[in-house]
Design a binder for this molecule. Sequence first.
Ligand code: IPM
Ligand code: MG
Length: 363
Amino acid sequence: MKKNIAVIKGDGIGPEIVNEALKVLHVIEKKYNHTFQLTEVLAGGAAIDATGNCLPQESIDQLLASDSVLLGAVGGPKYDSQPTENRPEKALLRIRSTLGLFANMRPAKLYPQLREASPLKDELVDEGIDFVVVRELTGGIYFGKHETWTENGQETAQDIMKYSTAEIRRIAKVAFDTAMVRRKHVTCVDKANVLDTSKLWRRTVREMAKDYPEVTLDFMYVDNAAMQICRKPSQFDVILTENMFGDILSDEASMITGTIGTIPSSSLGETSRGMYEPIHGSAPDIAGQDIADPLGTILSVGMMLKYSFGLEQEAEDIDRAVNAVLNAGYRTPDMMSEGMKKVSCHQMGDLVAAEIENNCKEM
Ligand code: IPM
Ligand code: MG
């Protein structure tokens, strides 16, 4: 198979973690005789440094010409003084919107090896944590009108949260389809006791549920969901929610699994071109120290192989290799616990790559 992959290394720890993920991608490429043509694309802070623009047209063209996109992380305090329109985060939002990536999947799965790193009590962890947050990614308050003005001598601002039925339907479909290949349970998270958008979500999702008689659908207010995720995470299978609620809940969900560093994500639209990235940020405080956790990015490569390219066996190799390395007791500092072997970012990448090369036999 031959594929063009656009690679945005980004800022902060971005380049370090992406390099490890590419190491793993190269091993897969060699082992299975694929050709992955990589194009480095500038976006975010790195693009501002090089061109003054957080997402130059050339980058957009390169992304549109690719079969899929791998991204590290963008942003950092260095860019705080940029006007809102040119902040690194804007580049990310523009990419999501330009590529039509409305469906963001963020799995919250506890690796049993990392249970010591979870802040939850043992009895909760023992019940298992394995759910996925299906986050709407190109609508809602992130993409509504943002304005700041002066009213009665006061600086005043507003951000509009807007959703159409069509936007809700297409993301709800992803959630229901995902539930069908999992434990057939969707929890739609909203604030329907206050927001009109949430009421529309409820009506639309309830209507769609008729097409999925096997799926159990329930609704939960977002404040309660935030609480339930740490009170009894085993109750969740698929959480379906709008953009901002999904942003917040997916950070919470990642933490209870032990470390945000290990969680990958996929963002897809109507085509097979997706963007794959770890859910954590650019962590400028630890950048350049070779201590970041590359597993979220490595597992994101796995998701790309599986969901954009249909390479199930290759993706499974990556999962198995990560499991084996964790089983052997290797940990980056973010997931370190007593008795384990602390390794650096690049050592973790080497270990996973070697595991794929040596031990994940083709079936
Ligand atoms: C995420 C991030 C982004 C978001 C930021 C960087 C704009 O937090 O991917 O979760 O809010 O979507
Ligand atoms: Mg976030």
